[in-house]
Ligand binder design. Structure first.
Ligand SMILES: *Cc1c(COP(=O)(O)O)cnc(C)c1O
Length: 401
């Protein structure tokens, strides 16, 4: 028997463990609603935190860009793919995060998977928070550097590991906002350890850029480590498909490090550049994010976060308390409601679906065993009535347990 004949059994094994993933084809409707199989669902699963993915200003920017640039970039940025639009976007991204220089990539996954191996290699040392996103983990593996994982947000352990490492080149990897927990890294604390141990810090702010900090400039600006206070040992990475509502990513930081990444990050060099129409959409999105309209949307998002947290606070509902469900202590748009076991989390997701709501259940191995959760993602596109609807459905699901 050829090993190729085993794939049927391997898929069946996924089915047996309830780990087979299935996609749904969606079509956006007004507000935060998605049409799925001809059913209209109120969605709490999108990372479009500011409701920009369907914004008329972004669409208009795309229409205008298509007339000038056409559709595809045609080549790597190292050849002829680096359009005037992409170049302008890089300057505007650097200005937005108040760092010297930025490099624009076609996707966030590809950014981290290639910048980590461009920075360190065999004989070097990597230090990675256990809750980091898969693309940092994969970048670490590709680099062939020795990887040491530290417990989530455990700076004392990181300090010990850094002190004990004989490696000359040390790189610390951390999400800025953790994607399944919604908490924010202690960025000044991480940076202080990097300074003490001559390490470089790479921060992934996929979930903070556009939302956190003054004018949505991100978690680094929120921590006050930009502009004149920018550090020569910090690289900041963020994605453009979440709060910015488009696609792609960028890395920003000291001129010399960004120039090195331009030379050596393989997903930059050996991939077709992001189309100019996307760069123009991101530029339109940035104009919104950095101005009053962005501020209005961030206020709307903060109001929905407060509304949800009040509605699920201990004492707010007896059935939710009795079920033992608890929100993690997050103040970001990611509001995880920990349910506990996998079957209950799936059952609650199914009950919400019957109410016309789409809230994803996240199970191990994506999160630690026993902490299966609903990952409630809030957006400025949600109305007060939308969150009330979610709270009502959750309370009814808790009573039905
Ligand atoms: C979504 C995400 C990425 C990947 O970005 P894409 O542009 O979607 O490829 C990277 N890091 C984190 C923390 C993310 O949540």
């Amino acid at each position: 028997m050829s090993w190729l004949d085993e794939f049927d059994d391997r898929l069946a094994a996924l089915d047996a463990q309830a780990l087979r993933r299935r996609r749904r084809a969606v079509r956006p409707e007004a507000g935060a609603r998605l049409n799925v199989d001809d059913q209209s669902l109120l969605a709490f699963c999108s990372n479009d935190y500011l409701g920009l993915a369907n914004d008329p200003a972004l669409k208009a920017a795309v229409h205008a860009a298509v007339e000038v640039y056409g559709v595809g970039a045609g080549a790597s940025p190292m050849v002829s793919g680096h359009s005037v639009a992409n170049a302008a976007l890089e300057r505007e991204l650097a200005e937005a995060v108040q760092l010297p220089r930025a490099l624009y990539f076609y996707a966030g996954y590809a950014t981290n998977a290639s910048i980590v191996p461009a920075l360190v290699g065999a004989g070097d040392a990597l230090f990675s928070d256990v809750l980091n996103h898969a693309c940092l983990i994969d970048g670490a593996r590709l680099s062939k550097a020795q990887v040491q994982r530290f417990a989530h947000a455990d700076l004392a352990q990181l300090d010990t590991l850094l002190a004990a490492s004989p490696a000359r080149r040390k790189l610390v990897l951390s999400d800025a906002v953790f994607s399944m927990d919604g908490d924010v890294a202690d960025i000044p604390g991480l940076l202080a350890l990097c300074e003490r141990h001559d390490a470089l810090l790479l921060l992934d702010d996929a979930h903070g850029f556009g939302v956190l900090g003054p004018q949505g400039r991100g978690a680094l600006a929120a921590a006050g480590i930009t502009g004149a206070a920018a550090s020569p040992r910090l690289l900041y990475m963020a994605t453009l498909g979440k709060a910015l509502g488009v696609a792609g990513a960028f890395v920003a930081g000291p001129e010399v490090l960004v120039e090195w990444l331009l030379q050596k990050a393989r997903s930059y060099t050996y991939a077709t550049a992001a189309p100019a129409l996307l760069a123009e959409a991101v530029r339109a999105s940035l104009r919104c994010v950095l101005t009053d309209e962005g501020e209005r949307r961030r206020q709307q998002l903060r109001a929905r976060i407060a509304q949800l947290r009040d509605g699920l606070a201990p004492g707010a509902d007896a059935a939710v308390d009795a079920a033992g469900w608890a929100l993690l202590p997050s103040h970001t748009a990611i509001q995880p409601l920990v349910i506990g076991d996998n079957a209950t989390a799936l059952a609650v997701m199914a009950r919400l679906h019957e109410h016309g709501l789409w809230v994803p259940a996240i199970r191990p191995p994506t999160v630690p065993a026993g902490t299966a959760r609903l990952r409630i993602a809030l957006s400025a596109a949600h109305r007060r009535a939308d969150v009330d609807e979610l709270l009502g459905a959750l309370r009814s699901a808790a009573r039905g347990l």
